[in-house]
Design a protein around this ligand. Structure first.
Ligand SMILES: C[S@@+](CC[C@H](N)C(=O)[O-])C[C@H]1O[C@@H](n2cnc3c(N)ncnc32)[C@H](O)[C@@H]1O
Length: 360
């Protein structure tokens, strides 16, 4: 390697684009203000747009011009702005809308400002900034932020559902527990695809409070039971499938193992565990999982894991990893109980299982 710097102006330009946080913040504000929704009928003069969304016309022009320079929105004539293909997914009515994906949440942003702490110590910046509070505990007293977080997490679900559905064989399943279900959009999507399937959604009480509307909207409420509970407490027993979608990566090994052991205790010997999340690989390829790994470090205290790390975690919890199917979004990991009858756990013919079979 040479000791003198390589002069490559393209790298300087590209780095400047990647490193600034002006563009991401401005995109997020445009989402909050629902700018794209107001441009679906065609370009609008900025003063009309500003009146409709409650913005200052001159300030809005500056924000829109910055983004138009990056291909998001277009200034079709002076001070008249419209949508571009890159701006289309910012519309609320887009089938893969990302409008709610990027909330501006002050507790997160204060934490990102302390990312150095995470890199120096391996601890969460979130806990450092918020007096040791864990990310999900914070939401119990902050319902507005809780709803915004859940909507951001589930806003990618239509896309993830479409990409993972072919890798997910639920044809024979009749009962499923979605462990850490959020508002239930992912489970609802699976229920729509599998009319024979019934589900129990399990998440913290203040989170599942929003689930009934989501299930009713999807037309699957009659095939769902909702449980407000922690996945660190005993789980509904005896389901055909236990689903953990983007759950394990939120937690450090010992907490992730505790969740998996709870699933193992609740599972029948022939239940299946399905984990949907990113699996990390060595190498320089662009990979959302690697980027989300930094978020897990900064905010949650979890991590993106390799297949080997998943295998070890599952082994410890009494599961055998059967297969990992990569998709163009996340991977589908399928596991089965490694030991036929778990210690103190339910068996296929036990009353607990029969009851669960009826209730889910
Ligand atoms: C990244 S979100 C994933 C939500 C959902 N599985 C999805 O993919 O749309 C993680 C979920 O874990 C839930 N969660 C966190 N701690 C929990 C706990 N102790 N018990 C149950 N759910 C919990 C959160 O409320 C949140 O809904």
């Amino acid at each position: 390697m040479s000791a003198t710097p390589r002069i490559d102006l393209a790298s300087v330009t590209r780095l400047t684009e990647l490193a600034d946080y002006i563009v991401p913040f401005t995109i997020r504000v445009m989402c909050d203000l629902a700018v794209a929704d107001h441009l679906v009928e065609g370009p609008l003069p900025v003063d009309v747009l500003a009146r409709r969304i409650g913005a200052d016309p001159a300030a809005l022009t500056r924000g829109l011009r910055a983004l138009a320079g990056r291909g998001i929105f277009t200034e079709v004539e002076p001070e008249v702005f419209g949508l571009t293909p890159l701006a289309e997914p910012l519309r609320s009515d887009h089938p893969f809308s990302v409008r709610e994906c990027f909330p501006l949440m002050p507790p997160d942003i204060y934490s990102w400002a302390r990312l150095t702490h995470s890199l120096r110590t391996g601890e969460t910046a979130f806990g450092h900034v918020h007096g040791g509070t864990r990310y999900y505990d914070h939401f119990a007293d902050h319902p507005y932020e809780c709803v915004r977080f859940e909507r951001s997490a589930e806003s990618v679900n239509p896309f993830v559902l479409r990409t993972v559905a072919p890798a997910l064989d639920l044809a024979a399943a009749r009962t499923m527990v979605d462990v850490g279900s959020g508002h239930g959009t992912f489970a609802a999507g699976l229920l729509v695809r599998h009319p024979e399937l019934r589900a129990t959604l399990l998440d913290l009480p203040h989170v599942v409070a929003e689930a009934p509307q989501v299930l009713a909207h999807a037309g699957v409420a009659d095939r769902c039971e909702i449980r407000g509970a922690s996945f660190f407490d005993p789980l509904p027993a005896g389901a055909d499938v236990y689903l953990l979608k983007t759950i394990i990566h939120d937690w450090p090994d010992e907490r992730a193992a505790a969740i998996l052991r709870n699933v193992r205790t609740a599972a029948r010997p022939d239940s299946r565990l399905v984990i949907i999340e990113s699996v990390s690989r060595y190498g320089n390829h662009d990979d959302t999982g690697k980027v989300m790994d930094v978020k897990a470090l900064a905010l949650f205290g979890g991590r993106t894991r390799t297949e080997q790390e998943f295998r070890a975690l599952l082994d410890d919890a009494g599961f055998r990893l059967l297969r990992v199917t990569p998709t163009s979004s996340m991977s589908v990991l399928e596991a089965v109980p490694a030991v036929p009858v778990p210690e103190n756990g339910p068996t296929a013919g036990s009353p607990a299982v029969a009851a669960a079979g009826r209730s889910v």
